[in-house]
Write a protein that binds this ligand. Structure first.
Ligand SMILES: *[C@@H]1O[C@H](CO)[C@@H](O)[C@H](O)[C@H]1NC(C)=O
Ligand SMILES: *[C@@H]1O[C@H](CO)[C@@H](O)[C@H](O)[C@H]1NC(C)=O
Ligand SMILES: *[C@@H]1O[C@H](CO)[C@@H](O)[C@H](O)[C@H]1NC(C)=O
Ligand SMILES: *[C@@H]1O[C@H](CO)[C@@H](O)[C@H](O)[C@H]1NC(C)=O
Ligand SMILES: CC(=O)N[C@H]1CO[C@H](CO)[C@@H](O)[C@@H]1O
Length: 609
């Protein structure tokens, strides 16, 4: 399918087949269009809490010990990290469901150590299954043949392509039998390496050959009258033959669904193995993907241009109902200058999915590899993200239940302001947090656009903002309340760090916000009522916290601190649940009430006069 954007406000579709179902989503506003679309394709899954932590990965950890070393250095420097990943290096000759027993001999110990520190482990899997191992030595292929899970060529023989392990067969994820075989493989491997999540790559599906080792038959499916603008100018280029046979149909009809179906198989297998919300990140995606996986934006480069375009990539996938998305922080191929990596870590701290990933033979680019100044700036950015975890988690709840975007273009909140339509250098988290990253080298300021209604004084103008190397500009919209949490090295769901409520009052002194809370990992907590939902509102010098839905999960969390920005006059008294409380007031109109010890599971009020 080609889609061509015309100079006129028009699109042209050119398709070589398939059934066309047309939906028109009438909105009327941009956010409603997305809600209506997501209602059709499926709501994104609620992520397991640590999916929102910092992930560290690279291709080219030569040993498990070298990956482990980075994890330990991160801890020593006090830099947050929830998840360590491995690329194909960990495998024995790049074969799925194996690990290299010499170079990665300590992999199971590393995973044990990660778990002991409330950290998680994710490794890559490619769909291609090595087809050249001696019979009886590689269970995934032998068993796959026995159960007939592999895609067949036009003549009904197992189609053989070539990927990292050499010649490979491709599982047919359109067949339920294959899902069971995939689960069995994962379960067997999990007994050796108790991984927590899966990274599924090369699932377009990729092939180093065109079609197969035997090429493809010459017919109208392989050579349609019109070939869309695909890589290589041929349908079979660097993938499988269009005539290949899958359970549900020929590959011609199934091709674009490969990554979706693999994600579905992977998510459901993980659910059975770990009995928690599955964490899957996929390279190939299709509408409905958000129900099963998140996405990273593919192999970018360590260049300022790619830092900039990552914002559009992230926002696009939020429009598509796949909000768990991010680009490779600091860039995948090439080597970033230190300044670029700092700026990228700052922006990346606001990707819904935040992972630093690097290519083989490139210098290390994890935060510990840089100067103390850069390292500290990266640590600050990540601590800021971790402190905002309750906000981010609540946004994912609204994505899951209502089809809202998590990272959002400004035009979604200010659709009447045409100046917001072209903005691709700033974005919002939800409706209330404006992120204005630095995207250029050698500057210590950044221009940001402030629509009318973003801040009390803003009237729709561009403002220069200070942005020294250790700062990213983050603005809280007037009229909002956000719950934040003291950050630590990992996200604190279970231990329940106390909350700090921050309110930015609008000119009339009002503000609202909310919090969704559950145990962070159980499956379907919203659907089974195992959660707490709280609304915060401020009006006429009174903040009320109303528990609309209460479940045991939040009873151990307290609210310690409340700050109100925009309190115009110094109060003479502050009352917490009608009891006098001590407070501080600063000339810049900030009222702070500390040591609250309020039970989050119970309604409360804070008022001033
Ligand atoms: C990994 O091994 C390659 C050679 O195989 C070497 O060039 C590279 O420096 C090694 N990397 C690390 C991080 O040790
Ligand atoms: C982080 O957690 C550890 C225990 O896991 C605790 O000792 C430490 O005080 C925490 N740090 C902060 C800043 O809360
Ligand atoms: C808390 O507030 C909500 C909403 O106003 C109300 O429905 C609920 O009954 C209150 N709970 C208690 C224990 O007062
Ligand atoms: C908070 O209140 C709930 C009842 O609403 C109670 O079960 C829980 O123990 C309280 N937690 C604390 C820390 O006092
Ligand atoms: C070289 C390359 O593939 N660059 C990609 C980096 O990521 C952006 C999206 O964030 C893509 O648009 C680029 O094509």
């Amino acid at each position: 399918l080609d889609v061509v954007l015309q100079p006129a406000p028009a699109l042209t579709w050119r398709t070589i087949g398939g059934i066309l179902d047309f939906y028109v989503f009438l909105g009327p506003d941009p956010g409603s269009v997305i809600e209506q679309y997501v209602e059709v394709v499926g709501y994104p899954a609620m992520p397991i809490y640590w999916a929102l932590g910092y992930h560290l990965c690279r291709w080219g950890y030569n040993t498990s010990d070298s990956a482990w070393e980075v994890v330990k250095n991160m801890r020593n420097y006090g830099i947050p990290q929830d998840v360590q990943w491995n690329d194909i290096d960990y495998m024995d000759q790049f074969m799925d469901f194996t690990y290299d027993s010499s170079k990665f001999a300590t992999l199971p110990d590393m995973v044990k150590d990660l778990h002991a520190h409330d950290q998680r482990y994710v490794m890559i899997l490619d769909p291609g299954i090595s087809s050249t191992q001696p019979e009886g030595t590689y269970w995934p292929f032998d068993e796959g043949l026995r159960r007939q899970v592999f895609i067949k060529d036009a003549e009904g023989r197992t189609l053989i392509g070539k990927v990292w392990p050499g010649l490979t067969a491709y599982p047919d994820f359109s067949d339920a039998v294959t899902h069971e075989w995939w689960y069995d493989n994962l379960k067997r491997f999990h007994e050796k390496v108790p991984f927590d999540g899966l990274w599924i790559d090369m699932n377009e599906p990729s092939n180093f050959l065109d079609g197969s080792t035997n090429g493809c038959p010459s017919d109208s499916l392989e050579n349609p009258p019109y070939t869309p603008g695909v890589l290589g100018g041929l349908l079979r280029a660097k993938t499988l033959c269009a005539t290949a046979q899958q359970k549900q149909s020929i590959h011609y009809n199934m091709h674009s669904l490969y990554g979706l179906m693999e994600a579905k198989a992977s998510a459901s297998a993980l659910k059975r193995i770990v009995a928690k919300r599955p964490f899957v990140i996929s390279r190939s995606t299709f509408p409905s993907q958000g129900m099963y996986s998140g996405h990273w934006l593919g192999d970018n480069r360590s260049q300022w241009k790619d830092l900039y375009t990552s914002i559009a990539g992230m926002l696009t996938f939020n429009l598509l109902g796949i909000p768990l998305v991010g680009a490779d922080i600091c860039g995948f191929s090439e080597e970033p200058e230190e300044e670029l990596c700092v700026r990228w870590t700052q922006l990346g701290a606001f990707y819904p999915f935040t992972r630093n990933h690097n290519a083989i033979d490139m210098k290390p680019q994890d935060p510990t590899a840089f100067s103390p100044l850069a390292r500290t700036a990266m640590k600050q950015a990540l601590l800021l993200r971790y402190s905002l975890f309750p906000v981010l988690y609540t946004l994912f709840h609204h994505a899951h239940v209502h089809g809202h975007t998590v990272a959002r273009p400004l035009m979604f909140e200010f659709p009447k302001d045409v100046k917001t339509y072209g903005i691709d250098k700033q974005f919002l988290w939800g409706k209330s947090l404006l992120v204005t990253p630095v995207l250029d080298p050698g500057v210590d300021y950044v221009d940001g656009y402030f629509p009318e209604g973003l801040c009390i004084q803003s009237s729709g103008e561009e403002l220069p903002l200070q942005a020294p190397l250790d700062k990213i500009n983050l603005h809280l919209r007037e009229g909002s309340v956000i719950p934040t949490q003291t950050p630590n090295l990992t996200l604190w769901v279970s231990s329940g760090q106390p909350l700090h409520l921050i309110s930015a009052l609008s000119d009339d002194g009002s503000a609202t916000g909310d919090l969704f809370w559950d145990d962070g990992e159980s499956i379907d907590t919203y659907e089974t009522n195992q959660y707490t939902y709280i609304i915060f509102s401020v009006a006429q010098n009174v903040m009320t916290s109303q528990v609309l839905h209460n479940n045991v999960e939040a009873t151990y969390i307290t609210v310690e601190l409340a700050s109100f920005y925009g309190v115009k006059e110094k109060p003479s008294r502050v009352l917490v649940n009608s009891q006098d409380a001590s407070f501080t007031y600063r000339e810049n109109q900030v009222l702070t009430v500390a040591d609250l010890g309020l039970n989050l599971s119970q309604n409360f009020t804070i008022s001033w006069m």
